[in-house]
Write a protein that binds this ligand. Structure first.
Ligand code: HAM
Length: 423
């Protein structure tokens, strides 16, 4: 137990961390380009927020939340997704009073008690964006274009954008009725989960992976056939903006999404490289959620992308990124006397933004050089009594093996020139 991480969790380090940081850098750059500002909301919120915000009938709320009573008897939940907390912050911090639209992004851990498998964790991480205050198709196009740009910049090309419109509340109501009438004739063939969903959220039945249910659903009526003229135009306008940006998509009437809050546009980017859990990014419009959470009617649209799934896809495309640890210089000591000099030198080098290492293990000179090589130092120098007396050291370029004599008190300047331009 002591040396096993909880099921469905992952330690992030080494080469995986390198890829993670690269991804974070790209996320930050792209959000800057698109004018989305970062928001960090708490890891936990009042359970009620997710019950309202994610939806009582969803798998997340019914089965997957990490909820507990805190010591003050408050019902608390570790966030299972990013949107609800951002909506709460938008209302609580009165961001609606700022120039609209409000465009926010986040990188956050999220927690769902799901059955772990490749690409599915109990603690995972989401990059997400939320755009508040515009009901126009251009807002949908903006967030989809940001997602497409992210994937392109991560080198993920083997993905398909599947897009659909569920219509507004009126269309949803009409469609639910038509769908229920159809399903009522096929109840005997539906699995227990679908039977449960029949009353509460029939739309989710379309998501069922059970073969018998899939067979029934082949002939099911589709949401697109119940769209009002207004919703149809909204969807068509969005598609024409995607065409204008040359973002390829597949109109897919089977995309319904697992959360309750969607109205009109829903979309998923699905990777063909990482198996069953191929949805790297999912989102859509949620024009009623803010009212549902106690605010004034405010339209909104956004998406969430699983960082672990993005990295899986990057690795499937580019291979695992090699871990190449680098320091600028290793400053080794020969004998106890030299220790003080090496420590003071390493201190000055680090003060000048030159990454440096010295001996912390009392190793022999040979072992120190081996270590310097192993951790990937670009230069090395060994300092003993003679070097200190003569104020002279030999700096070795570990790659070219070239050696240069340098005065000890000029080592920092020498390295600044060699490493030049790093900062
Ligand atoms: P979601 O589809 O539940 O949507 O999650 C978004 C993404 O998070 C998924 O496409 C997937 O990449 C990743 N993900 C979900 N569950 C797991 C898991 N157990 N392990 C690893 N990755 C996972 C939402 O959460 C919405 N809040 C998205 C949104 C934002 N819609 C509008 N704004």
């Amino acid at each position: 137990m002591l040396t096993n991480a909880p099921r469905g969790t992952k330690d992030i380090y080494g080469s995986y961390m390198n890829t993670w940081k690269k991804l974070e850098g790209i996320v930050n750059d792209i959000c800057e380009n698109y004018g989305f500002k970062e928001i960090r909301t708490p890891i936990f919120e009042h359970t009620e927020l997710f019950q309202r915000g994610v939806g009582e009938t969803t798998d997340i709320v019914q089965k997957e939340m990490y909820s507990f009573m805190d010591k003050g008897e408050r019902n608390i939940t570790l966030k299972p997704e990013g949107t609800a907390g951002v909506v709460r912050a938008y209302l609580e911090r009165k961001m609606y009073a700022d120039a609209q639209p409000t465009k926010l992004f986040y990188l956050t851990p999220a927690f769902r008690y799901e059955r772990p498998q490749a690409g599915r964790y109990r603690q995972f991480h989401q990059f997400g964006v939320e755009l508040f205050g515009s009901d126009k198709p251009s807002a949908d196009a903006e967030v989809i274009s940001l997602a497409a740009s992210l994937l392109k910049n991560l080198g993920i090309t083997n993905v398909e954008l599947h897009i659909n419109s569920l219509g507004g509340p009126e269309c949803r109501k009409k469609y639910n009725k038509t769908l229920k009438e159809f399903l009522a004739k096929n109840m005997d063939s539906l699995c227990p989960t679908c039977l449960e969903r029949y009353e509460k959220n029939p739309l989710r039945i379309l998501d069922c992976k059970n073969e018998k249910c899939k067979e029934v659903l082949k002939d099911a009526p589709l949401a697109k056939d119940e769209l009002s003229d207004e919703c149809k135009v909204h969807f068509e306008e969005l598609l024409s903006l995607l065409d204008a940006m040359e973002i390829k998509y597949i109109v897919d009437p089977w995309i319904v999404r697992g959360l309750d809050y969607y109205t009109r546009t829903v979309f998923e980017f699905i990777s063909n490289d990482i198996g069953a859990q191929g949805t790297v990014c999912g989102g859509g419009r949620y024009d009623k959620l803010i009212e549902e959470c106690g605010g004034n009617a405010t339209p909104a649209v956004g998406f969430g992308a699983g960082i672990e799934r993005l990295i899986m896809t990057m690795e499937a495309v580019n291979g695992e990124q090699e871990y190449v640890p680098t320091r600028d210089i290793y400053v080794g000591a020969m004998g106890d006397n030299a220790k003080k000099t090496t420590f003071s030198l390493v201190n000055s080098l680090r003060d000048n933004n030159i990454s440096s290492e010295t001996d912390l293990m009392n190793r022999s000179v040979k072992a120190q050089m081996k270590y310097a090589n192993k951790i990937g130092c670009k230069y090395s120098v060994i300092i003993g009594d003679n070097e200190i007396e003569e104020n002279n050291v030999t700096v070795k370029n570990m790659e070219t093996r070239e050696q240069t004599d340098v005065k000890i008190d000029e080592l920092v300047d020498f390295m600044k020139k060699e490493i030049g331009g790093k900062f």
